[in-house]
Design a protein around this ligand. Structure first.
Ligand code: C2E
Ligand code: CA
Ligand code: CA
Length: 409
């Protein structure tokens, strides 16, 4: 089998064969992966003005080329097969994936060890004494600084994880609801649920600041489930005042790929006697297009149960039109960056028109995000957008005020 980027990306342990004498990589080649020797021996060497210096002879079970995994740096030595050799290839992506998914304490240790190794390497390279890489004694100050920084960053991340956990326990999270208006009838069509964190010491923390961290440490799974359950309860309450067309709930990338997610959603909504046809799941364009074939399978599961699906922040990522056409999508949400500039910038205006045209030709509707003026709102109506959600209508509101909003609008 030929080694190429796609096989590398999809394989966790991919084997490659070399004959005795073959060069596995040359000094200064771009480093794309590390190797573990499965069979045979490998010679690691470098050159100086006096000729070849053999740095090591490695045997089965040993790892080499690992700097590529740490920082993608060029090879600093040459690796040659001494016998017929079989190696297992570990790509940087595979390694980083594993690191991301591992437990936080293990992650901290690995980050620290990697930083230590990296700084020793940089230090020795700066000295121009590559052979000293095999003598890790002369490494004090420089790497200690890097380690300190890494440890501090990791400890901060762990502390943040703890306070997120406490926040869940102490019910410091609250959902706000931003109205979405049907521009054809000028009635409230629904709401988008948006999470807020009222931290006892730090005060209000924006979701933009804690959702990415919660994605990193996996806490987005319980938080996302809480958001879903809370939103379903809110939808029931809203429906008692006015039957809404939908309630939108944001689903993060980590949540989306959780294989059991649709079952948890189906179970909870049916316990409440809610129809999934009123629950719109918002997933960003970049998550869906990251792995479109897998996304289609997951989306179909939700769609089979009747959930509505919206692509969030549309226009900010890259969408393949053929995939878009094959996804069971009901709504495109035009990103605020286009809406807020469309009256000043002809390019943005063309994009808003283009997205609306595209959505309609694919039988989807449009929610325009972030109109802040009456003029923007009117323009969105004129373009033929079905829905709008922005400060000109209302900021996100706590539950009580959202109910008042429905009554008064
Ligand atoms: P988003 O999903 O694109 O949500 C829309 C954001 O735009 C909200 O910010 C909303 O308050 C803001 N917005 C709406 N209209 C206007 C406007 O006219 N002007 C301006 N300047 N802003 C407007 P928010 O609530 O801070 O949320 C930020 C992001 O955090 C959301 O972007 C979403 O990606 C994420 N997020 C919020 N709640 C959740 C949640 O429950 N789960 C997940 N996974 N992500 C969430
Ligand atoms: Ca959203
Ligand atoms: Ca959005």
């Amino acid at each position: 089998m030929q080694l190429n980027q796609s096989t590398l990306n999809h394989s966790q342990d991919y084997k490659q064969y070399f004959r005795a004498g073959d060069i596995i990589f040359n000094e200064s080649d771009a480093g794309k992966c590390a190797y573990i020797i499965k069979r045979g021996r490998v010679e690691i060497s470098t050159e100086d003005k006096n000729g070849k210096i053999i740095l090591a002879e490695l045997s089965p079970g040993e790892l080499f080329g690992e700097m590529a995994i740490i920082d993608d740096s060029p090879r600093w030595a040459t690796a040659r097969a001494m016998d017929d050799v079989v190696v297992i290839i570990i790509t940087r992506d595979t390694f980083l994936n594993h690191l991301d998914n591992t437990e936080s304490v293990v992650r901290m240790f690995l980050h620290t060890i990697l930083a230590k190794f990296k700084s020793v390497h940089a230090h020795l390279l700066a000295l121009g004494e590559q052979q000293h890489l095999w003598d890790l004694r002369s490494n004090s100050d420089l790497h200690n600084k890097t380690i300190d920084q890494t440890v501090r960053a990791t400890v901060d991340a762990l502390k943040f994880e703890q306070s997120l956990l406490k926040g869940i326990e102490n019910e410091e999270f609250e959902l706000y609801y931003q109205p979405v208006i049907d521009l054809r009838t000028d009635k409230v069509a629904g709401f988008e649920a948006l999470i807020r964190w009222n931290h006892p010491r730090r005060g209000f923390i924006s979701p933009l600041d804690f959702i990415p961290a919660a994605e990193q440490n996996g806490l987005i799974i319980p938080i996302g489930q809480w958001v879903f359950e809370q939103s379903c309860k809110a939808l029931k309450e809203f429906n008692q005042i006015q039957e809404l067309q939908f309630l939108s709930i944001n689903v993060s990338g980590k949540q989306f790929i959780d294989a059991g997610l649709h079952e948890k959603f189906v179970q909870f909504s049916s316990e409440l006697g809610l129809s999934p046809q009123k629950i719109k799941l918002e997933i960003t364009e970049s998550i869906l297009m990251g792995n479109p074939d897998e996304s289609r399978k997951l989306l179909n599961r939700f769609n089979d149960h009747g959930f509505l699906i919206a692509i969030d922040d549309f226009g900010t990522g890259y969408s393949s039109l053929s995939y878009l056409n094959s996804f069971p999508i009901s709504t495109l949400k035009i990103d605020r960056s286009f809406v807020s500039t469309m009256l000043k910038d002809k390019g943005s205006m063309n994009i808003v028109h283009g997205i609306a045209g595209l959505a309609h030709s694919l039988d989807m509707d449009i929610v325009a995000e972030g109109p802040e003026t009456e003029e923007e709102l009117q323009t969105l109506k004129d373009i033929g957008c079905e829905y709008a959600q922005g400060y000109v209508i209302s900021k996100p509101l706590p539950m009580k005020e959202a109910i008042e909003f429905i009554k008064k609008y």
